[in-house]
Design a protein around this ligand. Structure first.
Ligand SMILES: Nc1ncnc2c1ncn2[C@@H]1O[C@H](COP(=O)(O)OP(=O)(O)OP(=O)(O)O)[C@@H](O)[C@H]1O
Ligand SMILES: [Mg+2]
Length: 274
């Protein structure tokens, strides 16, 4: 093997071990958070409410610290992997391997953002934002999985719609919905995103529909509950965060689904931020 190939392999090995280490840290942090949250919610009485608030605040600080510690090495992993991917244009196997790492890193970053939003109720910073731009940038994050699974994405945006919202929070909403749809589809399938501006009531309706596995009838009322998950590797926080973010924007979200027939999520938001 040539010297530069050896260096590349060393880089990939380093990136992998850093990645594993980071995933482990995240898993530990998540389990800690889950057990603390169930401890705090069980057997609560009025007298304990204040104490609970203080503990929740402390938990929020703990999560912020952990997320910060994990995000630093994560940034290096993504940077190294992206640089390597650019260098290895002729080597498809290694590019594929690096694609896995980059996608994994982005996935961990979404989980970290979910943890942050879960422990502190989102307070949107409203500004006029182009919805199409948020949708496109969220799709970009999951593009690796879209291509890998051969998913067809259609976007129908009635016009160039601007909305008063928090850009980063809305991105988090789309990311979670897209990731859920992608997880629900084993291979092939469609995701349709539709945005309609109802000028009569000033509302914007956003629908995200997929042709995935759908949701069992008995589960549909639980999907927005914290820690409800049917995914082996899921934390069950994604839709809770989505719901909290939409509520903080004075909007609503509803899910419609039948097992085996795909799912539809419909969000209604006031275009002026409410
Ligand atoms: N598009 C979808 N198709 C099928 N099931 C879905 C879909 N979206 C959500 N669900 C169901 O709702 C559950 C909760 O979703 P949620 O996003 O809150 O958690 P998760 O995806 O399991 O984990 P994570 O916290 O990593 O997002 C999922 O485990 C799945 O059972
Ligand atoms: Mg999810």
């Amino acid at each position: 093997m040539k010297k530069d190939q050896l260096v590349t392999m060393e880089f990939i090995k380093d990136a992998f071990s850093l990645f594993n280490e980071t995933s482990e840290k995240l898993e530990q942090a998540y389990h800690k958070l889950e057990s603390r949250a169930s401890e705090l919610c069980s057997g609560m009485n009025e007298k304990e409410t204040r104490e609970r608030e203080i503990r929740l605040q402390a938990m929020g600080w703990m999560v912020t610290k952990i997320v910060h510690d994990i995000r630093n090495p994560l940034g290096s992993i993504e940077l190294i992997s992206s640089l390597l991917q650019k260098e290895l244009t002729g080597d498809q196997d290694k590019q594929e391997l690096l694609g896995h790492i980059i996608y994994g890193v982005k996935n961990i970053d979404t989980v970290l953002s979910n943890l942050l939003h879960f422990t502190s109720f989102p307070r949107p910073r409203f500004e006029p934002v182009n919805l199409r731009m948020i949708i496109d940038s969220s799709l970009e994050v999951v593009s690796y999985l879209i291509n890998k699974k051969d998913i067809n994405v259609s976007i129908y945006v009635a016009e160039d719609i601007d909305i008063y919202c928090d850009k980063a929070l809305m991105r988090q909403v789309f990311l979670n919905l897209f990731l859920n749809s992608l997880h629900a589809m084993s291979d092939h399938g469609d995701i349709s995103i539709e945005v309609i501006h109802n000028r009569d009531n000033g509302e914007i309706e956003i629908s995200v529909q997929d042709t995935g596995c759908g949701i069992e009838q008995e589960d549909i009322d639980k999907i927005f509950d914290p820690f409800f998950t049917t995914n082996e590797k899921g934390s069950g926080l994604g839709l809770t965060i989505v719901h909290n973010i939409i509520s903080a924007h004075n909007g609503t979200i509803n899910a419609y689904s039948k097992s085996g027939e795909g799912s539809l999520f419909v969000i209604n938001l006031p275009s002026q931020g409410g």
